[in-house]
Design a protein around this ligand. Structure first.
Ligand code: ATR
Length: 264
């Protein structure tokens, strides 16, 4: 029986086990995918278990996407560039770290049919998934990325990954073609960004990384302004599908049944 895990802290909310176990069953794979809450001090011991082949594959979520790197033997190009790992596996006795959030975001945006090429994009937040979004947006040839985060120093740190990133003070935002909420504001239904959204009257597309609840106040406001909106569900599904492909060599099916698994 192969063993897979998602690690993070907190981890209760993660729906990765539902998704992966569904695909594991559908493909008659002898395996099980669980979630495990860890503290940072447990990471070293945890990754030794991968070396000893006690675990076959790991997804990493907040807050360990960067913290796990010292315990890995090799990073993929994407993981190295973003300093962010969400997928781990053993190959020739080496622990490899890869980043499937980038492809997850790119595939999700492509599916919306919104062409980001040449567009001005604003990212709100500087948390774990933001380096991957920046990498993907550059790959998709946006014209400019501006970032705004409550803690400005965290935004400035991201400049080491992308030196043409523009940083603006939290709240001091103007017009952009696409606005991405990558903060955790919205995870609770009543959460509201303290931003004047009327400043975004010329914006076209409001995207929220959050998918549960499926419509945050940010997306509700976008809708009310008559904008295109999209939540992070497809990004989540596509990053999981890419991990699945790496571990099992199978492209898993994404259909309505899969999408329903995430409706909690
Ligand atoms: P982490 O920061 O551990 O990677 P995350 O969930 O990926 O966690 O990121 C949370 C993001 O939401 C951060 O950008 C955070 O801003 P800070 O860097 O200032 O903490 C942002 N965030 C959370 N609560 C917020 C609030 N009430 N107002 C503004 N931004 C908030």
């Amino acid at each position: 029986m192969k063993k897979y895990l998602v690690i993070g802290n907190p981890i209760k909310h993660s729906l990765s086990p539902e998704l992966h176990n569904y695909w594991i069953r559908k493909n008659d794979i002898k395996g099980l995918y669980n979630r495990e809450e860890l503290d940072e001090k447990d990471l070293k011991k945890f990754f030794l278990k991968i070396k000893k082949k006690e675990i076959d594959g790991v997804n990493i979520t907040v807050p360990f996407k960067k913290a796990a790197i010292p315990y890995l033997d090799k990073l993929s190009f994407e993981a190295e560039k973003t300093q962010s790992v969400n997928t781990v596996y053993l190959k020739n006795d080496k622990i490899i770290g890869h980043n499937t959030d980038i492809d997850g975001f790119e595939l999700a945006i492509k599916e919306t049919n919104y062409d980001v090429r040449g567009k001005k994009v604003l990212i709100l937040g500087a948390g774990g998934v933001v380096p991957s979004i920046i990498f993907a947006l550059h790959k998709m040839k946006v014209s400019n990325i501006t970032l705004s985060n409550r803690t400005k120093a965290k935004a400035e740190n991201l400049k080491s990954l992308s030196n043409d990133l523009e940083i603006v003070d939290w709240g001091k935002v103007s017009n952009f073609d696409m606005i991405i909420n990558a903060t955790s504001i919205g995870l609770k239904k009543e959460d509201k960004l303290n931003l004047d959204l009327s400043k975004f009257s010329n914006s076209e597309f409001f995207y929220d990384v959050i998918y549960n609840p499926k419509e945050t106040n940010f997306l509700k406001d976008g809708k009310m302004l008559g904008k295109k909106t999209e939540n992070g569900k497809k990004m989540f599904i596509y990053q999981a599908a890419q991990s699945f492909k790496i571990w099992h060599g199978i492209e898993p099916l994404i259909n309505n049944e899969v999408i329903k698994l995430l409706e909690v």
